[in-house]
Write a protein that binds this ligand. Sequence first.
Ligand code: LRH
Ligand code: MN
Length: 385
Amino acid sequence: MPDVRATLRAQRIETPSWAYANSGTRFKVFAQPGVPRDPYEKIADAAVVHRLTGVAPTVSLHIPWDTVEDFGKLAAYAEEQGVRLGVINANVFQDDDYKLGSVTNPDPRIRRKATDHLLACVDVMNATGSKDLKLWFSDGTNYPGQDDIRARQDRLAAALREVYDRLGDDQRILLEYKLFEPAFYTTDVPDWGTAYAHTLELGPKAQVVIDTGHHAPGTNIEFIVAFLLRQRRLGAFDFNSRFYADDDLMAGAADPFQLFRIMYEIVRGDALDPAAGITFMLDQCHNIEAKIPAIIRSVTNIQEATAKALIVDRPALAAAQQEGDVLAANAVLMDAFSTDVRPLLAEIRQEQGLAADPIAAYRASGYAEKISAERVGGTQAGWGA
Ligand code: LRH
Ligand code: MN
């Protein structure tokens, strides 16, 4: 049985730079006081989350949203703040040229432009010391006949191959799938099977990202986790939660039981261990709620789901499963899920010199008031869409 406390102390959750910035829907982006105006201020906020939780030492960047003059200087600033730069996210979904696709576009000139952006993101990785390049493509079509489904897969594979061959030995591609949106008929990487097949075609330095908001309603995500782990092709998670579509709500907020079931497959697959190489990230948008406490809440929700997964009585579960005792087996899992692990996590935090309740500590820190007072003028960061 894993040493629950040691495993929880060693847990690592990466927070996304864009979750600290303004975000919204097509209807409205609501600005908030104190929102960062540049990647440095985003990193400063991420460092507060790490200082209060102890488990969020890395920050994902999104290019060009986080483009700076000197990425080495940004990496040094992050170190000073007690965090490191993590996954680099490419962005080929916001340029007018990409209306009919980026790397899958019928026009070779546009495919070249998109692929060059992905290659430029590998250069950013070399400057920041990041190991992971996360690729999500909004590419798809809206109407039957709009483009050739097969040809678009050939174009995608060609671009991925070129980027893959540019990777360093310790670098990898994390390929993200999504069922739909912004495309509404075909999406070129719509599901785990398509992403998995492309990673097999590429090689061992290509793995799949599971964004928990990117599935059809009712999809059993923990099955996908178990399957990809077994195939050694699960590279990362984009945690968030949803009631309907890609709502990007706080992880564990909409469906804490699903998050628990997912973390149980991670524990069962010995994939919490950093050696397993899974990058656990948040990918969320805090459209109406205060961003930093929402991210702290998301981190603690994942800690709670993980702690519940770690206390599952595995021998009793295995025995009940072996005996075909359906109710007993289900009860073992439900007992763990129904256990209040917050006192355990509070204790572990205090043992590490952290506040038992990071959200209360954040509120008491006065940081929200400080950044609201300081960050006046300039342009608040956002998706720039
Ligand atoms: C796409 C996505 C992807 C990111 C973006 C911010 O929906 O999940 O991971 O690039 O959100
Ligand atoms: Mn995502």
